[in-house]
Design a protein around this ligand. Structure first.
Ligand code: G4P
Length: 523
């Protein structure tokens, strides 16, 4: 791919949405517009359509959810766009949190008929927490849905962002004719294509001719536009970047309506990669020597490629395949001979990558989530915060003769962050405790342990609901409290497990001398 080498011409974003809002369809529509694919159906491949991108695992296929994360890179109008995929299911919020540490902006996809849904809200909170600017897309406008002004009110009330629509629908939901471009005043008229499989032609109609084309719907759109003007709902770049407003677009991903506008807005308004803060309080500038951080580790992607991939986001400098970099955590050199761009099953070799790009490093056994790799001046990026687990299971090898495979597999799940693995002398190596934000994480572990390591596992639910951080002094004290157990996480942190929050309150009250801190909540 001939990519412009200017960091300012790069956009790295993720789509955040509730399952079924249309994320896969939108991804496909974006790829179609950028001419990565020529016909819809190649990417998400539902309903027997050709090809698949994200269904590498049997379980994922049967459930129709996306568990893996990958990045789709494409050129568009002298820019390079990186769309980082986010898992859709609520149980994978930990994973999503990490993905969001690798993007510069997010597109919040809202179903026009459903408005803001729980998973959207949760993901939005992660964006707000990380200071990621959010562009909102109201999707499925081709179907009957809510009133557009009511949707704007909901966004403002529920998430506290002022919506600043850049386009306004012409035709109520279900009668989508096009949009009023609020900045030019033009009517952008969409034309349907068969099944939405190809790019939808659009015509820019000057305002004084729009009523002839759109009829009464144009007057209604103008009225909406004027109300927004009076409400101070015009775009303001500074307020958008500060996370106070969200530009809004109306679309139908299925019909490929409004997708060109989204790409334009990403190029025009979404931020380019900037300096990355470091642990010492400084920052690595984009044009400093090469550095990147690992935000996801994954293995068993495909039976043909049984390898381990570490996804790293380039923060500064230029990545060149084959370069030998330093691994911040071990101080050891790391050779990057095998670097790939990965999107589902599609893999291409990456020769060069710039800040904002995502590189899949193959056979990266030493790399863990949150690790830094760099050239030249040493640098460490702050760790990616993990969510507080709320579900706990003790795991054992179903067949004790496969203990070696069991141990290896569990180690791998831990490093990938599929679950957190907790250990204690009391429970020993044979029965570690798996801790998860959502119960589906356990199913993923079970399925993968069996298919990838031939080590079926037996899980036993533990009666804990809450984990808090303590220190070495707290271990003995808390292990002495009835119903409480202290375990060690692989990063060395001690977690005290409690059956309920009352027990945690009591322990804190009775032992003010020990450290007992809350972990970040999953929202
Ligand atoms: P997700 O990745 O966010 O989970 O959503 P996905 O794209 O799979 O879309 C969920 C359903 O919503 C799909 O229907 C899809 O066709 C439909 N959809 C997405 N965007 C639009 C849109 O703009 N307008 C309309 N009318 N529908 C849309 P499905 O029946 O579950 O799947 P399929 O069999 O049609 O593929």
């Amino acid at each position: 791919m001939s990519s412009p080498t200017d960091t300012r011409a790069r956009r790295t974003f993720a789509v955040i949405s509730h399952p079924d809002a249309g994320k896969s369809t939108l991804t496909e529509a974006l790829a179609l517009h950028a001419r990565v694919i020529s016909e819809a159906g190649a990417v998400h491949g539902k309903s027997g359509r050709r090809g698949t991108v994200s269904d590498w695992m049997e379980m994922e296929r049967s459930r129709g959810i996306s568990i893996t994360s990958a990045a789709l890179q494409f050129d568009y109008r002298d820019h390079v766009v990186n769309l980082v995929d986010t898992p859709g299911h609520s149980d994978f919020s930990e994973d999503t949190y990490r993905v969001l540490s690798a993007v510069d902006s997010a597109v919040m996809l809202v179903d026009a008929a459903k408005g803001l849904e729980p998973q959207t809200l949760k993901l939005f909170q992660v964006c707000a927490h990380r200071g990621i600017p959010v562009i909102t897309v109201i999707n499925k406008w081709d179907r009957p849905g809510l009133d557009p002004l009511a949707l704007m009110d909901e966004i403002e009330k529920e998430i506290g962002l002022k919506p600043t629509p850049l386009t306004w629908p012409v035709g109520q939901s279900g009668e989508f004719q096009g949009v009023l471009d609020r900045r030019t005043g033009h009517f952008i008229h969409f034309t349907r294509t068969a099944g939405g499989a190809t790019r939808a032609p659009e015509r820019h109609v000057p305002a004084d001719e729009a009523a002839d084309v759109a009829g009464d719907a144009w007057a209604a759109a103008l009225e909406g536009h004027e109300l927004l003007e009076m409400d101070d709902a015009d775009h303001d770049q500074e307020r958008f970047l500060a996370g106070r407003t969200t530009p809004v677009l109306f679309a139908s991903a299925l019909q490929n309506f409004g997708v060109a506008q989204l790409l334009e807005v990403l190029l025009e308004l979404a931020p380019a990669p900037t300096a990355t803060p470091t642990v010492d309080g400084g920052a690595r500038e984009v044009d400093d020597e090469f550095s990147a951080f690992v935000f996801k580790v994954q293995s068993g992607m495909d039976t043909n490629h049984r390898d381990r991939l570490a996804y790293a986001r380039v923060c500064s400098g230029v990545f060149q395949r084959g370069m030998v970099v330093n691994h911040g955590e071990t101080g050891k050199p790391f050779a990057t001979k095998y670097a790939q761009a990965v999107f589902g099953r599609e893999r291409t070799v990456v020769e060069t990558a710039l800040p904002g790009d995502i590189v899949g490093l193959v056979n990266a056994n030493a790399l863990r989530v949150g690790d830094t790799i760099y050239e030249g001046t040493p640098v460490r990026f702050p760790p990616i915060a993990s969510f507080a687990p709320e579900h706990f299971m003790s795991a054992r090898a179903a067949d004790t003769g496969r203990f070696k495979q069991f141990r290896r597999g569990i180690e791998q799940m831990d490093q990938e962050g599929v679950v957190q693995v907790l250990r204690s002398d009391l429970r020993g190596d044979q029965a570690p405790v798996l801790a998860a934000v959502g119960p589906m994480q356990f199913e993923v572990v079970s399925a993968r342990m069996e298919s990838e390591y031939g080590a079926a596992i037996r899980l036993e639910r533990l009666d804990y609901q809450l984990a808090m951080l303590t220190d070495a002094d707290g271990v003995d004290v808390l292990n002495g409290v009835r119903g409480v157990e202290v375990m060690r996480r692989s990063d060395g942190a001690f977690l005290a497990l409690f059956p309920d929050k009352w027990r945690a309150h009591t322990a804190k009250r009775d032992h003010p001398e020990i450290v007992l801190e809350q972990l970040p909540a999953s929202g």
